[in-house]
Design a protein around this ligand. Structure first.
Ligand SMILES: O=P(O)(O)O[C@H]1[C@H](O)[C@@H](OP(=O)(O)O)[C@H](OP(=O)(O)O)[C@@H](OP(=O)(O)O)[C@H]1O
Ligand SMILES: Nc1ncnc2c1ncn2[C@@H]1O[C@H](COP(=O)(O)OP(=O)(O)O)[C@@H](O)[C@H]1O
Length: 326
């Protein structure tokens, strides 16, 4: 059973509590980072429209708060909790943040986890969403049964490509979520490479999240080179981590029995040369029916539950390897 303990009062609470489910990936194309006045606690919070961070400390999103003793609190999601509980006993344990149970704050439950940036000095942080699709099969089904046209998604679509909506969508000024998600996937490298860069943050620079149209290998390499500042030692460090992860995934019971959708790899390095990769975001990772098997590589067709996780990881490893020969 999950531990329930009270959260200590965080002085940054009001700054961090905004919309849920936001992340690097949900940033706008036009990020701005106004300085906020220095607080008496010594923190200098800065934020962009949908990307929050604290100087040299951490990158936060609307669904997060700071926890005690170097922990992060993410808005509670039962499915994600179940994943973390299983992951804590799985061979993937070294590749996910430590999970510390459920805590409550103002009637809101949170999953408490290790802050992966704890042991880095001025970290470089990148979020890459892995897999060949970003929505669950049951989301598609729901969209068919109860279509809910989304105006916000129409607006996000038009902002990137005014010609993308169909005549019907133009008339409604709304699109279905499944349609938006599929469009996002074909626009980016998700469908061609099985992963996409959601965003990254370098020390003393604004978040970069303008990767919605980063699709070709060359574009991806350009973005990754910018993130690692062409430092081959860092690329080697990430490659070592990703190859280890690849091996561990082959042995993992968790991976064997789950459809892993919308999950990211969090890349973190700093100027000491330390580079680490972790799997994060299991909100859309679901257990497969008993005896149902996926290989995480085959192309997805509705019903086969394939997520393309290993295909994406292999492509990412290839791309990083290519960078060493550039
Ligand atoms: O990245 P952009 O183009 O802004 O689109 C976002 C991402 O796909 C989110 O996925 P993730 O959280 O994995 O980044 C998704 O959240 P879900 O995870 O809820 O599907 C959002 O759906 P809504 O939250 O319904 O708006 C969708 O609007
Ligand atoms: N355990 C963690 N330690 C440090 N940063 C994290 C951790 N988990 C998430 N993050 C940061 O928060 C962002 C959003 O996390 P994610 O779990 O994808 O949330 P959401 O589902 O709200 O998008 C990530 O891109 C990363 O920058």
């Amino acid at each position: 059973m999950a531990l329930k303990i009270p959260v200590f009062t965080c002085p940054l609470y009001c700054l961090l509590s905004c919309r849920g489910g936001s992340s690097l990936s949900k940033n706008s194309q036009t990020s701005h980072t106004p300085d906020m006045s220095s607080s008496s606690s010594g923190w200098t919070p800065r934020h962009s429209q949908l990307c929050m961070y604290f100087d040299n400390i951490v990158l936060f999103t609307g669904s997060f708060q700071v926890g005690e003793h170097g922990t992060l609190l993410k808005k509670f999601c039962k499915g994600e909790q179940q994943c973390y509980l299983k992951l804590m006993k799985d061979s993937l344990r070294p590749f996910v943040p430590a999970y510390h149970g459920v805590v409550q704050k103002d009637n809101q439950d949170y999953n408490m986890m290790e802050n992966l940036l704890n042991n880095f000095n001025s970290p470089y942080i990148m979020d890459c969403k892995i897999g060949s699709r970003t929505y669950l099969e049951n989301e598609l089904q729901l969209a068919r049964e109860r279509p809910q046209p989304r105006q916000d998604m129409f607006e996000k679509m038009v902002a990137v490509d005014p010609g993308a909506p169909t005549a019907e969508e133009q008339a409604q000024k709304a699109v279905l979520k499944s349609r938006y998600m599929q469009w996002r996937e074909t626009l980016s490298s998700t469908t061609t490479l099985g992963f996409r860069i959601e965003g990254f943050k370098k020390p003393n620079e604004d978040c970069q999240t303008n990767f919605k149209k980063t699709k070709s290998k060359e574009q991806v390499i350009k973005a990754l080179s910018d993130f690692v500042e062409s430092n081959t030692q860092i690329v080697w460090g990430y490659l070592r981590q990703l190859r280890q992860l690849r091996q561990v995934l082959e042995t993992s019971d968790f991976f064997k029995t789950h459809e892993v959708v919308g999950s990211s790899l969090l890349f973190v390095h700093d100027c000491s040369g330390k580079a680490r990769v972790w799997m994060i975001d299991f909100a859309k990772t679901v257990t497969l029916p008993p005896h149902f098997r996926v290989d995480h590589q085959s192309p997805w067709v509705e019903g086969n539950r394939e997520d393309g996780y290993l295909w994406g990881l292999d492509n990412l490893i290839d791309v990083l390897t290519n960078m060493l020969h550039y």
